[in-house]
Design a protein around this ligand. Structure first.
Ligand code: HGY
Ligand code: MN
Ligand code: MN
Ligand code: MN
Length: 417
């Protein structure tokens, strides 16, 4: 398979990578990349992307949920839109391609369509979603869920680490909670949703392939677990009389990995905090998170039942109280076969005549958008063993150029249907 690049694609890919560098500098901290929902960085990134959208000949606007949008009309004004996009928010100490690459490639595809004066049978809309990661309030996909009309008003009371509610932060950002429903799209105004995203795993690199079609997106459930025992003196309290929440939590964290491995489910404890946190105090309370995901929801939920059982066994044996609060849930999302075929035909246009298919271990906005229209994704190889949610996240300019050509060809394949 000899990859074929359209002329000019490498130069455009360079520009996309340079813009990823520029967006990576829009961060809450000079030491690392962090850009969370409704932050000053969110606004600066939206403004920068809006300028690039306008340069491309699109009409930009920020919707009532804080998503950065732009539209290029099709053969006639007002046609249903094919949505192209990804997210502009990041986790803390993030890589610079997770999300941003897909938004910037979508702008370049729209640029090519506009420059050729292509009259598509649908409009193109580019969307830079906010809050795909849920890094600030714990919940996630808030921008794409608003677009799909799936926003639950209970979420307004979610609080960030400083105790600010989502509603307060929304208003501080200059948005009106009462207008959020106007961000919702009606199915009849949409053709579908296509997202290009880095794989965030090692499978493309291991297979020495640049691109893949995504078959489905794993559904994740996220929890806050609390184990409560009794704080006590680190010296005077004999082992037999301890109700040490941290030793109990440590047993459970190891059990989470054992159960996940045995069930072929992906289980991660991402954050753990022991209280009161004194060096000479037995921890009386531990709060920690669980992120659980699998290709099939039934496997994920069976593993969750095992984890809960083990938690109760450990808590009973150690005289602890176990509490669990679900903070996020999105079920596995199949990508629409007809749109997958458009992505596959895009990949074939780059010279790969047997496109690879992968299920996405990472979550994506397409999970929410599938509530209002069909979705599909194009994966791009990421190097360094597929590392992501980490500053060492990396892509090559050649793979980005291939992704640009495949993404554009996928859009044209939708037009030729
Ligand atoms: O967590 C995820 O899978 C995605 O990167 N938000
Ligand atoms: Mn460069
Ligand atoms: Mn991510
Ligand atoms: Mn992402």
């Amino acid at each position: 398979m000899t990859p074929r690049l359209a002329s000019g694609s490498l130069a455009v890919a360079e520009r996309v990578l340079d813009r990823c560098d520029e967006l990576a500098a829009i961060s809450s901290s000079p030491e690392l990349l962090e850009r969370v929902h409704l932050s000053p960085e969110h606004r600066r990134a939206n403004d920068r992307v809006a300028a690039w959208m306008a340069e491309a000949g699109l009409t930009p606007w920020q919707d009532a949920a804080g998503n950065q949008c732009a539209r290029l009309e099709g053969a006639r004004a007002g046609l249903p839109a094919l949505l192209l996009g990804s997210h502009l928010d990041t986790v803390r100490d993030a890589g610079r391609y997770d999300g941003m690459l897909g938004v910037l490639l979508a702008i370049e595809v729209a640029t090519r369509v506009a420059r050729r004066g292509e009259e598509l049978p649908f409009a193109l809309e580019v969307i830079g979603f906010t809050d795909e990661e849920g890094a600030r309030f714990g919940n996630a996909l808030l921008g794409s869920r608003a677009l799909a009309g799936g926003f639950d008003p209970e979420w307004w009371e979610d609080r960030d680490r400083d105790g600010l509610t989502l509603r307060e932060a929304f208003v501080d950002f200059g948005l009106d909670p009462a207008r959020l429903p106007s961000a919702a799209r009606r199915p009849e105004t949409l053709v579908g949703y296509l997202e290009t995203h880095i794989e965030q795993g090692p499978y493309l690199e291991d297979a020495d392939r640049a691109l893949a079609v995504v078959s489905s997106i794993a559904g994740a459930r996220r929890f806050e677990f609390t184990l409560t025992g009794v704080a006590g003196h680190a010296g005077g309290t004999p082992y037999a009389r301890r109700r040490d929440a941290l030793v109990g939590a440590s047993e459970l964290v190891v059990a989470v990995e054992q159960i996940g491995r045995a069930a072929g489910v992906i289980a991660t404890v991402g954050r753990l905090q022991a209280f009161p946190g004194g060096i000479n105090v037995i921890p009386g309370r531990v709060e920690f998170t669980l992120d659980l995901r699998a290709e099939h929801d039934r496997d994920r939920d069976a593993a969750l039942a095992d984890i809960r059982l083990r938690a109760r066994e450990i808590a009973d044996r150690r005289g602890l109280r176990f509490e669990s609060r679900e903070i996020y849930r999105a079920d596995a999302t199949p990508c629409a076969p007809w749109l997958q075929e458009a992505v596959a035909s895009g990949i074939r246009r780059t010279g790969d005549d047997d496109p690879m298919t992968l299920w996405s271990r990472a979550g994506h906005d397409g999970m929410a958008v599938s509530g209002v229209t069909d979705v599909a994704m194009l994966f791009v190889r990421c190097g360094n063993g597929g590392i992501s949610h980490h500053p060492d996240e990396t892509v090559t300019v050649h793979d980005v150029a291939l992704a640009l050509d495949a993404f554009e060809a996928a859009v044209l394949a939708v037009a030729e249907r």
